[in-house]
Design a protein around this ligand. Structure first.
Ligand SMILES: *Cc1c(COP(=O)(O)O)cnc(C)c1O
Length: 425
């Protein structure tokens, strides 16, 4: 008798397209054997993976549950309703739209709902930690709207709310975004809410990075303070690649119309299903433990890095993310990131606020703890992780490939004891 095949060995794919199957297998090994520190990445559960690989893929469903432009929605309507109801329960909101294809189109839908081309919009500048879609010039959101941008203070690395208020009252933006991609500190939604009300702007909390922390009670909720919540579902929330828009009932219609038919056609039902599964997981007590462990790990890692002479933007972290300025180590971010990759530690190079280097060759690296937490690593492992980063960055400076190879072996050795969710190896 042959042993039963592991469910994730992709037998049909291997038979039909061995070339592609081999690449998937290689990626599975890479994700199993490396320490993945990119703060926007994670490991979804086997259940989320399975949901996103179902025959829901085959179905067109333009419209919303009960109001579709295609027949045969008996099951799909229930799938989407489950996802919506779970989103409302997990985040405590009156309205949720689970159809946006990803975070960037979700944000575009927000502009479509509340602004006209040429209007002034406001967000955090990309090099300060904001997202492209918060009105940065190279993005459609900065080309079609007049983006005005706030930053963080040079001395503290923190948002200066006097500056934000002054800018908002002077520019009177239609929409203000708060949140970002490289913000290691708690977002003060109440302070933004006060400013937005004073300025008469629609306030959007983009919680793409921290949605899982909000759901798990490890970051304050934006709900009472903001008009709209935009989020991806695939970062700390640990769902499939997708997005959601949430609001009070008052904005429901505007947001729904903007997503469909304003911006999109048929929703990706297999993704909607996987979002529903992820939200069910996010409502469990174990998810609260995960969210708090993500933050505890990041704080422990920040302490260990500070003890090794690393310069952390804002001096540390409140959430899942650490932004390091490698200038004192005299190693550019990109050289460090590429060397760490060879050492089995996957990070991304990143600008730091007031960076004197170019965005494609910046001074910093950005790291985070969601993935390693999903594998079960705990604060007691973070000195080891900091040590590996320290050795990797030092080896990058000296071009010491042997040291990187040694770290890579140690990383794989530890991770073998912490199997990642959803992976066959
Ligand atoms: C990741 C992210 C997005 C965009 O999400 P995509 O799915 O990559 O389009 C938007 N806003 C913020 C703050 C993000 O971190």
């Amino acid at each position: 008798m042959t042993a039963p095949q592991h469910p994730y060995t992709h037998p049909a794919l291997t038979a039909a397209d061995p070339e592609l199957a081999a690449l998937v297998g290689a990626e599975e090994r890479l994700q199993a054997e490396t320490l993945r520190l990119i703060p926007s990445e994670n490991y979804v559960s086997a259940a989320v993976l399975e949901a996103s690989g179902t025959v829901l893929q085959n179905k067109y469903s333009e419209g919303y549950p009960g109001r579709r432009y295609y027949e045969g929605q008996q099951n799909i309507d229930q799938v989407e309703t489950l996802a919506v109801e779970r989103a409302k329960a997990v985040f405590g909101v009156e309205h949720a739209n689970v159809q946006p294809y990803s975070g960037s189109p979700a944000n575009l839908a927000v502009y479509l709902a509340f602004a006209e081309p040429g209007d002034t919009v406001m967000g955090m500048a990309l090099p300060m930690g904001g997202h492209l879609t918060h009105g940065w010039g190279v993005s459609a959101t900065g080309k079609w709207f007049r983006g005005v941008q706030y930053g963080v203070r040079h001395d503290t690395g923190l948002i200066d709310f006097d500056e934000v208020r002054e800018l908002a009252l002077k520019e009177r933006p239609k929409v203000i975004f708060c949140g970002g991609t490289a913000l290691p500190r708690t977002i003060d939604f109440a302070a933004f809410g006060e400013i937005a009300r004073e300025a008469g702007a629609v306030l959007v909390a983009d919680i793409a990075h921290i949605a899982g922390l909000v759901a798990g009670g490890a970051h304050p909720s934006p709900v009472p303070h903001v008009d709209v919540i935009s989020t991806t579902t695939h970062k700390t929330l640990r769902g499939p690649r997708g997005a959601m828009l949430m609001s009070r009932e008052e904005h429901a219609k505007a947001l729904d119309k903007a997503v469909f038919p304003g911006l999109q056609g048929g929703p990706h039902n297999q993704t909607t299903a996987a979002i529903a599964v992820a939200l069910r997981e996010a409502s469990q007590p174990t998810f609260r433990d995960y969210a708090h462990a993500v933050v505890a790990n990041a704080k422990a890692l920040a302490e260990a890095l500070l003890a090794r002479g690393f310069d952390l933007v804002s001096g540390g972290t409140d959430n899942h993310l650490i932004l390091m300025d490698l200038t004192p180590k005299q190693v550019p971010g990109k050289i460090a990131a590429k060397a760490l990759d060879r050492a089995g530690i996957v990070v991304n190079y990143n600008t730091v606020p007031y960076d004197t280097r170019k965005p494609f060759d910046p001074s910093g690296i950005r790291i985070g703890t969601p993935s390693l937490t999903s594998r079960g690593l705990a604060p007691e492992h973070m000195t080891l992780v900091a040590d590996w980063i320290d050795r990797g960055v030092a080896a990058a400076g000296k071009g010491d490939e042997q040291a990187l190879t040694a770290v890579r072996a140690e990383v794989a050795d530890l991770l073998a004891a912490f199997p990642a969710p959803g992976l066959p190896v």
